[in-house]
Design a protein around this ligand. Structure first.
Ligand SMILES: Cc1ncc(COP(=O)(O)O)c(C=O)c1O
Length: 384
């Protein structure tokens, strides 16, 4: 028996009629590019997240690129971020010719450590502390915090650092749409927040999609312009560079149907995570994920830590034998990625991220997983 890591089929069975109806409506009106579903979705999701504006775009990666373009990120700029993320976070920075500067994570939340963030910025500004290899001649410009696995980063502390050093803060909420930080929704925390609607995400479409959120009237205009080739008020006079970064109307129609059941799915995800914690937390050598008081993870991934790499291999082998996928997010931290070798980092630079990469693994997590399946998975892990 093969257990799906994420069961999109079960979800589709539930929302099929609505999805097909919404798609049919698009086929009827034919406005495939920037149809009315885009604005309707933007308004609905902005309201859910509690932001003034939202802007649909073609992917989470494009959302990050658009956000950085809106802050005029360019060669010579340093943008501080976590090494423990998906490649796109750091790639967006380097794509614009700027330099990603990495800062190690908190060992419990796996999110960027605000104290180390402050130290790194001070070091770059020559205000004390050690200088990392990648920082010479760069100007601190901004921060991208990442809400890894669906848990918002420590926004209050990070935002205080951003304000102190006059840096912009982009929240990479690709994994955390639906999460909460001290009663505020994820996606409302950065100067601009970026999310992804990749199918496996908590709110996913049936292709690529993403969204930027902001409260700032000027930034939303910049984002809007960059989304369509730097368009100005006159459609054929482009006043800056941009990309073709629009969200498809069909994907927006699908997201509308998916969002109808999303708040309930967030609750179901929480129940699944609570059950995993009950089933797994007394297994010797295994650390289950925890959520700081007052916050909420949307559990994009459920990632326990094994005691060692060998322990993880044993668990993964046993899970594979039982037909249970257990992918590793993420096996290679950003500072050790081949594409970033010229930045000059080396193994040992970010020990917490490296240790997490060596011991972490994910197990199936979606709103429709059954109790018996969770019990079976826990059993296999316990025996391993
Ligand atoms: C943290 C993070 N940032 C950015 C992205 C990029 O999103 P997309 O795949 O929609 O381009 C992802 C997607 O996996 C992600 O997990």
């Amino acid at each position: 028996m093969n257990i799906p890591f994420i069961d999109l089929k079960k979800q589709f069975t539930r929302i099929e009629e609505q999805v097909r109806g919404n798609m049919d409506a698009v086929l009827e009106h034919g406005a495939y590019i920037m149809g009315p579903e885009i604005k309707a979705l933007e308004e609905r999701l902005a309201e859910y997240c509690g932001t003034k504006h939202a802007l649909g775009c073609a992917s989470g990666t494009d959302a990050l690129v658009l956000a950085l373009m809106s802050f005029d990120v360019k060669p010579g700029d340093a943008v501080f971020t976590t090494p423990f993320t998906f490649f796109a976070t750091a790639e967006a920075i380097a794509f614009l010719g700027a330099t990603p500067v990495f800062v190690d994570i908190d060992p419990v939340t796996f999110n960027i450590n605000p104290l180390k963030l402050n130290e790194a910025i001070m070091a770059m500004k020559g205000e004390g502390g050690h200088i990392l290899p990648a920082v010479e001649g760069l100007t601190p410009k901004g921060i991208i915090s990442v809400d890894i696995f669906g848990l918002p980063a420590d926004f209050d502390a990070i935002s205080a650092v951003a304000k102190k050093h006059d840096l912009f803060l982009v929240e990479d909420a690709a994994q955390s749409f639906g999460g909460e930080y001290k009663g505020r929704k994820a996606c409302s925390l950065g100067d601009i927040t970026c999310t992804s609607f990749f199918p496996a995400k908590p709110l996913g479409c049936y292709g690529d999609g993403g969204m930027c959120f902001t409260d700032n009237d000027e930034l939303i205009e910049r984002l809007r312009s960059h989304r369509v080739h730097g368009q100005g008020p006159d459609k054929y006079d482009n006043i800056r560079l941009g990309i073709n970064g629009r969200l498809d109307t069909l994907q927006a129609a699908i997201l509308q149907a998916k969002f109808d059941v999303f708040p309930e799915e967030v609750e179901l995800r929480d129940e699944v995570a609570t059950r995993y914690a009950e089933l797994l937390s007394d297994i010797p050598g295994l650390t289950v994920p925890t959520v700081p008081k007052g916050d909420r993870s949307v559990w994009a991934q459920y990632c326990p830590l094994a005691e060692s790499t060998e322990h993880r291999t044993r668990i993964q082998d046993a899970l594979k034998e039982a037909g249970v996928p257990s992918p590793i997010y993420y096996p290679i931290p950003m500072h050790l990625q081949t594409a970033f070798k010229d930045l000059g980092y080396k193994m040992g630079d970010f020990p917490i991220s490296e240790d997490a990469a060596n011991r972490i693994f994910a197990i199936p997590m979606h709103p429709y997983i059954e109790r018996e399946t969770q019990e079976m998975i826990a059993d296999v892990i316990r025996k391993a």
